[in-house]
Ligand binder design. Structure first.
Ligand code: SF4
Length: 64
């Protein structure tokens, strides 16, 4: 889904919003992803926390 610079081509670069938000891929939807793949393995709160930690790790790695 990424353009040559690594930015998702569904991102509106002017508004910084997803142009496909209501129909975005499941891996962009934390709740749907949790319900499909992790609901039997951990609580939603733990899943949110892991996602937050990974997001912060990637932001530091990418310097954003
Ligand atoms: S939410 Fe997903 S589909 Fe939308 S811009 Fe971000 S990466 Fe792309």
């Amino acid at each position: 889904m990424a353009d040559a610079d690594g930015v998702c081509h569904f991102l509106d670069r002017t508004t910084n919003l997803c142009t496909q938000y209501e129909n975005r891929p499941i891996f962009c939807n934390v709740d749907k992803f949790y319900e499909r793949y992790y609901v039997d393995n951990m609580t939603r709160e733990v899943f949110y926390k892991i996602n937050q930690q990974e997001c912060e790790r990637l932001r530091k790695l990418l310097g954003v």
